[in-house]
Design a protein around this ligand. Structure first.
Ligand code: GS8
Length: 221
C-alpha cells in the first residue's frame, strides 16, 4: 500500500520549510494543507496536535508527528533509500543534534524580537544576540561546504529556512547581517542552489510583507 503523507503548514514558517526540504530530499510525494494561522486553526490541526496546537504536523498513514526537528529525523529514519540527513556515526549524530538544538533555541526568538518587540532595548539586544549566534554558527561551519562536511544534512536543513527572513530582519531592524558573516551567506546561497531547498523556503519579499502586516497589527514602529 502506498504511503499517505500529509503536511499541515503555514507558508511563512521556517519550521514547516524544514519538513518540506526533508521530504523533497527523500523524493516523497505528499499532500499539502495550508493552515492560515492568522485566522482560526483548523479542527484537523487541533485534533492532531492538541498539545502545542502548532504547525508543522506530518500525518503519515493517519499518524501525526509534531515538532519540525522530530519530523525531519522521522523522515530520515523511515526513508533510508536516499542519502541520509543525519550522519551514521553516533558521535557525529550527537553533534548534529547539538547544533540543530542550538539553532532551535535561539534563531526564531531573535528574529521574533527584532521584528515584533515593542521595546527598543529588546530589539537592540536581539540584534546583537542574532549576530553573535550567526558568528558562532559561521565558526562551526568553517571552510566546509555544509555543516556536516561535504554533504547537505540535518544542521543545514535546520538553519537554511531562516535565511529567507534576513531581508525582513535587516530592513526592519535597520542593520546589516551579510557583512558580519560572509561565509554563512555563501553557505546559504550554496544551499539555495539545491532544488529541494529553493522550492521549499518562503520568498523573502513575501515574508517582508507578512512581517509588515504583523508589525501593524502589533503596533510596532
Ligand atoms: C515550532 C513550531 C511553531 O512555532 C517546531 O515545529 O519546530 N518548535 C516548533 N509553529 C508556529 C508557526 S511558525 O512561527 C505555530 O504553529 N504557531 C501557532 C501558535 O503558536 O499558536
Amino acid at each position: 500500500m502506498a504511503d499517505e503523507v500529509l503536511l499541515l503548514n503555514f507558508w511563512p514558517s521556517c519550521f514547516g520549510a524544514r519538513v518540506k526540504i526533508a521530504l523533497a530530499e527523500k523524493g516523497i510525494n505528499y499532500q499539502y494543507r495550508e493552515e492560515n494561522l492568522l485566522q482560526e486553526k483548523s479542527s484537523l490541526l487541533l485534533q492532531v496536535n492538541p498539545i502545542t496546537k502548532k504547525i508543522p504536523v506530518l500525518i503519515h498513514n493517519g499518524r501525526p508527528i509534531c515538532e519540525s526537528l522530530i519530523i525531519v529525523q522521522y523522515i530520515d529514519e523511515l526513508w533510508k533509500d536516499k542519502a541520509p540527513l543525519l550522519p551514521c556515526d553516533p558521535y557525529q549524530r550527537s553533534r548534529s543534534r547539538f547544533w540543530a538544538d542550538y539553532i532551535e533555541n535561539k534563531c526564531y526568538e531573535c528574529i521574533r524580537q527584532i521584528l515584533y518587540s515593542g521595546k527598543e532595548e529588546e530589539r537592540e539586544a536581539a540584534k546583537k544576540d542574532f549576530i553573535d549566534m550567526l558568528k558562532v554558527l559561521e565558526q562551526e561551519l568553517g571552510d566546509k561546504p555544509y555543516f556536516g562536511g561535504d554533504n547537505f544534512g540535518f544542521v543545514d536543513v535546520s538553519l537554511v529556512p531562516f535565511y529567507s527572513w534576513f531581508y525582513a530582519v535587516e530592513t526592519f531592524g535597520n542593520f546589516g547581517i551579510r557583512a558580519e558573516c560572509p561565509k554563512l551567506i555563501i553557505w546559504a546561497k550554496r544551499c539555495l542552489q539545491m532544488e529541494s531547498v529553493a522550492k521549499s523556503v518562503p520568498d523573502p519579499h513575501k515574508l517582508y510583507y507578512h512581517a509588515l502586516q504583523l508589525r501593524k497589527k502589533f503596533g510596532v514602529e
